[in-house]
Design a protein around this ligand. Structure first.
Ligand SMILES: Nc1nc2c(ncn2[C@@H]2O[C@H](COP(=O)(O)OP(=O)(O)OP(=O)(O)O)[C@@H](O)[C@H]2O)c(=O)[nH]1
Ligand SMILES: [Mg+2]
Length: 370
């Protein structure tokens, strides 16, 4: 599906350290997955899913293929970025194309790593970034409203649509002016569709990644910076994931045993990257379904609400066009009965038609003709 997540934040908060760790980790996780850094700042990362190995074992699959998310690393944004200050502005356009945003927030102290404002203050930092994102959106909306005014009176149909769009944009503008993101504005389906083209930054789902020092990873709740960030995120209704970019970077240089020892010494199971990837995936309203056989077990990404033919279309458009039915087993049923055949014997295999809405974890076999 080509899901993209943009990494934003102030300079020197650990964005690239985290991005590199994500990509390195992905390479190490599954050798047969095509992880490449597409461009120096774009990388494909596997979505960790313990169910994959379970299914793969049951089916005796030769290959196991996870689903993926693309991450885009950009230069740090500074005050005035939306008006062209600093390097980050050139990259805001890259973030527009993304489906979601991870905002890296510095929650670690380190005298050797310069903070642009000279002090660690996560709430203030997020205010700066969110303000720049909002300003950039305001500029986009102003331009669009101008255009809509000019094209006002064409056909009745178009004029009506333009009116609906303009009204929605004005509501979003009002929210932005009160320091609220576009995503906080309730839009009808029609309105949402009409404003989608603008790719508003603050309309995208966002997760804060609290980048903490290694000593804080075990009990992040004791870190006052994390507390401050969490309080702010709770007010906004956004999520916080605690990661240590530094720890993740170091883990990549270690073999499995050394990595386990290191994590144990820190008192944690993982450095937070997996949680971050999962959180990113979840906030996009995505589901995973599986195909599983001797050749491969594979995870596929779909949007919540996809019907069986739409889900089949993710594999191949022919599957969608020629869709006949989907042999479907729920994940738990598959595991307890021990495979597709066994599930069928127990009456746990369902024949689902065109209207079926795919459920999280379904294992599916599509029947189609072309
Ligand atoms: N102590 C500590 N240092 C870190 C951590 N994460 C990153 N750093 C250091 O902070 C410095 C900046 O990290 P980068 O990852 O390059 O920061 P960035 O956000 O990509 O910065 P720009 O690209 O300039 O916007 C590097 O020297 C990192 O080693 C961390 O968790 N703890
Ligand atoms: Mg960087």
């Amino acid at each position: 599906m080509g899901l993209k997540t943009g990494i934003v934040g102030l300079p020197n908060v650990g964005k690239s350290t985290m991005f590199n760790a994500l990509c390195e980790n992905a390479k190490a996780q599954a050798a047969n997955f095509p992880f490449c850094t597409i461009e120096p700042n774009v990388g494909i990362v596997a979505v960790p899913d313990p169910r994959l190995d379970v299914l793969s074992k049951i089916s005796g699959s030769e290959k196991t293929v996870p689903t993926s998310v693309e991450f885009v690393d950009i230069a740090g944004l500074v005050k005035g970025a939306s008006k062209g200050e600093g390097l980050g502005n050139q990259f805001l356009a890259n973030i527009r194309e993304c489906d979601s945003i991870v905002q890296v927030v510095r929650c670690f102290e380190d005298g050797d790593v310069v903070h642009v404002a000279g002090r660690v203050d996560p709430v203030d930092d997020t205010d700066v970034i969110n303000f720049e994102l909002a300003l950039s959106d305001i500029t986009q909306i102003e331009k669009r409203l101008e255009r809509l005014k000019k094209t006002k009176g064409k056909s009745g149909e178009e004029a009506k649509r333009n009116e609906v769009e303009a009204a929605a944009l004005q509501r979003i503008m009002a929210a932005l002016e009160q320091n609220k993101p576009a995503r906080s504005v309730d839009l009808s389906e029609e309105e949402a569709e009409l404003v989608r083209g603008l790719c508003l930054l603050t309309a995208k789902p966002m997760v804060y990644a609290a980048n903490v020092a290694e000593d804080d990873l075990a009990s992040p709740a004791d870190n006052k910076y994390v507390q401050q960030l969490q309080a702010k995120a709770a007010e906004e209704g956004s999520g916080v994931v605690v990661v240590s970019a530094q720890v993740e970077a170091e883990l990549n240089g270690l073999d499995k045993e050394e990595a386990a020892e290191y994590l144990e010494a820190l008192g944690v199971q993982e450095g937070g990257l997996k949680s971050l990837i999962r959180a990113t995936y979840k906030q996009l309203g995505l589901l995973t379904y599986f195909t599983s056989g001797e050749k491969e077990t594979r995870a596929w990404t779909i949007k919540d609400g996809f019907t069986a033919p739409q889900a089949a279309g993710v594999i191949h458009t022919d599957f969608e066009k020629g869709f006949i039915r989907a042999e479907t087993v729920a994940y738990d049923d598959y595991v307890t009965s021990g495979g597709m055949g066994a599930a069928k014997e127990k009456g746990l295999l369902r024949l689902e038609g065109k209207e079926y809405v795919v459920q999280e974890g379904d294992i599916m076999l599509f029947r189609f003709n072309v």
